[in-house]
Design a binder for this molecule. Structure first.
Ligand SMILES: [Ca+2]
Ligand SMILES: [Ca+2]
Length: 382
């Protein structure tokens, strides 16, 4: 993963910090609407449950989505990725609570919740830094198997690799649910909204990101322009998860439509969209996202591929994930090139260049007019 240093002028958060000098306590949500299983043990099946698809609001405790863990042997053992970013000095060992919502029809085991932490260019893998024995509310801390939502809680203590990561730097968090009891019990167990109590001198806690569902083929258009979202691709090979997934509503507010098509750590990704062109002619192609120094190629229909080498300075750079850190993430506009288009539906494709490991595509605009980027505002928005 390559994350771009924040452009000069947007500034680090030092001034911001000064406004919030009093230490406070807040619950930070590690997983709620966006997550992905990262390591799965004991043949556990992990399904994303979307209450809009099941029609049962009860299938999630928070928001609209939950995780459903099933296996025949019991012992559901899963590490999830895409928690929020945390610093270890915000979660003092021996004092900080962690809690999650669960609902199970049969599993009366016990879980230990592990916090694993990764930092780009510091650790080679996520490190085992904190853990908590969860009390599920049943005898001896077991889960309650009445198929109702319950909260399980525990206090975090240090794990063996605590000293392998810096305490004062933002870390990418993974959450590992490891059973310590409950073998041999087939079950359906839902998990939702994992929260951690942090000591913070910064902003108040932020609302968890809301799920944005792709709407393949959607677009907005005016007489001389068409705008479509990266996440509304009709086909793509981007894996789920990814470092750029929004952690909270503040990050989502930066993005067009609150989402983008993104990944890191994989090669050979591609995507296809089908914009409808209102009028034939020559258009300029614009892209918003994390594409600076991220080479790929693109084309409309069967026209020759055009290369994007990412050497242009990005325009209208906006902070997406700021942590007063050197690895802040920004969303910015780039002018990809020009193209002649016929009227009607066209395929628009992109493929990443060999070796490219990181890309985030927020939205695209084609226009016959001059365009001055203004974040997520479309050309006809005031
Ligand atoms: Ca949820
Ligand atoms: Ca978008």
């Amino acid at each position: 993963m390559r994350l771009r240093p924040l452009a000069a002028g947007l500034g680090p958060a030092a001034a911001f910090l000064a406004l919030f000098s009093a230490l406070g306590s807040a619950d930070v949500i590690l997983l709620d609407e966006y997550w992905v299983p990262d390591i799965v043990v004991n043949e556990v099946e992990v399904a994303e449950i979307d209450t809009l698809e099941t029609g049962e609001a009860k299938d999630a405790q928070s928001g609209e989505c939950s995780a459903l863990l099933t296996n025949e042997t019991g012992w559901p053992n899963v590490r999830f990725r895409n928690g929020a970013s945390l610093r270890l000095n915000e979660v003092p060992a021996g004092e900080s609570d962690v809690k999650l919502w669960y609902r199970t029809d049969a599993w009366t085991g016990k879980w230990t919740l592990g916090i694993w932490a990764y930092r780009y260019q510091v650790t080679e893998r996520p490190m085992d830094v904190l853990q908590a024995e969860l009390d599920g509310g049943g005898a001896g801390g077991t889960l309650l198997a009445d198929d109702e939502w319950h909260e399980a809680k525990g206090i975090l203590v240090k794990s063996p690799e605590y000293d392998a990561v810096p305490e004062d730097k933002p870390l990418t968090i993974f959450v590992w649910l490891r059973p310590t009891d409950g073998w041999g019990v087939p079950h359906h167990t839902y998990v939702d909204r994992i929260e951690i109590d942090v000591v913070t001198d910064e902003t108040p806690p932020l609302e968890a990101a809301r799920r944005v569902r792709p709407n393949p083929g959607a677009q907005a258009a005016g007489e001389d322009w068409v705008w479509w979202e990266g996440e509304d691709a009709v086909e793509h090979t981007f894996p789920p998860g990814g470092a750029y997934l929004p952690h909270n509503v503040q990050e989502q507010a930066v993005l067009s439509n609150g989402a983008w098509l993104q990944f890191h750590g994989n090669e050979g990704q591609g995507a296809k969209w089908e914009p409808v062109i209102p009028e034939a002619g020559r258009y300029t192609v614009w892209c918003r996202g994390v594409v600076y120094e991220e080479p790929f190629r693109w084309r409309f229909g069967v026209q020759p591929w055009q290369g994007w080498d990412g050497n242009q300075e990005p325009l209208d750079v906006q902070l997406y994930r700021g942590t007063d850190d050197e690895w802040d993430v920004t969303d910015a506009w780039s002018r990809l090139g020009e193209v002649d288009l016929a009227v009607g539906k066209q395929t628009f494709e992109m493929e990443t260049s060999p070796g490219l490991l990181s890309l985030a595509l927020d939205c695209f605009l084609i226009t016959k007019n001059d365009f001055t980027p203004r974040g997520s505002k479309k050309p006809d928005e005031p």
